[in-house]
Design a protein around this ligand. Structure first.
Ligand SMILES: *Cc1c(COP(=O)(O)O)cnc(C)c1O
Length: 353
């Protein structure tokens, strides 16, 4: 693949690490590439970061034909830059494309676009504790018609955003509301695809939880509203009587790369891990009888987010006295150690750029 590079004439000033937040600041360049049924993927280019032009009839604006990925570039203590399992993102992107009938992108195009763009903007990878460069690849249908047809034109892009530490005040356990009205996804729907539409469907419950003082919702399955699925936009895990239980991938759950990595790590370290259906009643019972030892969400943004309180049907349960659990802390330390290059990567999960 040939990438045409047009450099920004004036480079932006790099922000102070303490002011980064999440996804508000963007680097100097972005990657963009077009697809048409006749030509396939073509016109790979890196251009100065800026607005794009779309037809008002673009299918993505009307029918939600959009999928995305999320990963990070980390600054190692020796100054080098590395990614965490980027090929997993390339593969998941294509599984999401398949679900939405968007054209798949060859893995090597994804990898070359990613590494070329990051290399060009490498000075944007921050080095302060807990900071990183968030990478947002996304792909959308871009036909100029209101007719609902198969996708004939699409666009793939990557933008980069330096982000602050998720945990400015330390790894504080969060309060979660178990949602028993709205559902995020159903089996056979788009729950296992990383698509924008899933987020649109989640907004109302998220708003309601926030108004009640909770930071996220815990989703139940869309058919019986009985089985635990995910927490906000993270996968979820529980330590019950010494065993780590996480909902199995039934089709309505997003297959997180953090989830997959933690499961592999736990098994490697000799922990008992079960990927299975977990009903909200079983969870409530484990909270009532004290066998629920720890609970946490996991995903790229937060890595691991300890859960200190769960509310179900107006009953509030405290997990591990509202403190971060020993295993939760261990997982956070081990995974962030590998990601930021502070610990040896015995799993071969990282890729230096
Ligand atoms: C992206 C995402 C996750 C976490 O996936 P990671 O690959 O670990 O970042 C979990 N749930 C939802 C709904 C997501 O969109």
């Amino acid at each position: 693949m040939e990438i045409k590079i047009t450099r920004a004439e004036v480079l932006k000033e790099k922000p102070d690490s303490s002011t980064l937040g999440f996804g508000k600041i963007f680097t100097d360049h972005m990657f963009i590439m077009d697809y048409s049924r006749e030509e396939g993927w073509h016109d790979a280019r890196i251009v100065p970061y800026g607005n794009i032009s779309l037809s008002p009839a673009s299918t993505t604006l009307h029918y939600g034909t959009e999928i995305f990925e999320g990963l990070k570039a980390y600054r190692r203590p020796d100054g080098e830059i590395q990614l965490f399992r980027p090929l997993e993102n390339a593969r998941r992107l294509n599984r999401s494309c398949d679900r939405l009938c968007l054209p798949e992108l060859p893995e090597e195009y994804f990898m070359e676009a990613l590494t070329t763009l990051i290399d060009l903007d490498r000075d944007w990878v921050p080095s302060a504790e807990g900071t990183s460069l968030y990478i947002r690849p996304f792909l959308f249908g871009n036909d100029e018609t209101l007719g609902v047809h198969a996708v004939n034109h699409a666009t793939f892009m990557i933008i980069l955003s330096p982000v602050g530490s998720y945990y400015k005040e330390g790894l504080n356990p969060v309060s979660i509301m178990i949602e028993d009205q709205d559902v995020r996804a159903v089996r056979g729907g788009t729950g296992e695809a990383k698509c924008g539409g899933n987020y649109a469907a989640s907004n109302r419950a998220g708003d309601r939880a926030e108004k009640k003082g909770y930071s996220q919702v815990l989703w139940l399955d869309g058919v019986e509203r009985k089985y635990i699925e995910e927490v906000g936009a993270m996968n979820v895990m529980f330590k019950i009587s010494g065993t780590v239980v996480t909902p199995k991938l039934t089709g309505s759950i997003l297959p997180g790369i953090t989830r997959k990595s933690i499961v592999e790590m736990l098994k490697n370290e000799g922990y008992k891990v079960e990927e299975r259906l977990l009903s909200v009643d079983e969870l409530a019972q484990s909270m009532a009888d004290g066998t629920l030892e720890e609970a946490w969400g996991c995903g790229t943004a937060a890595v691991v987010s300890p859960i200190g309180e769960l509310c179900y049907k107006d009953k509030v349960y405290t997990v591990n006295e509202g403190r971060i659990g020993e295993l939760t802390q261990h997982l956070y330390d081990t995974l962030t150690g590998i990601q930021w290059g502070k610990a040896e990567d015995t799993y071969n999960w990282t890729l230096k750029i």
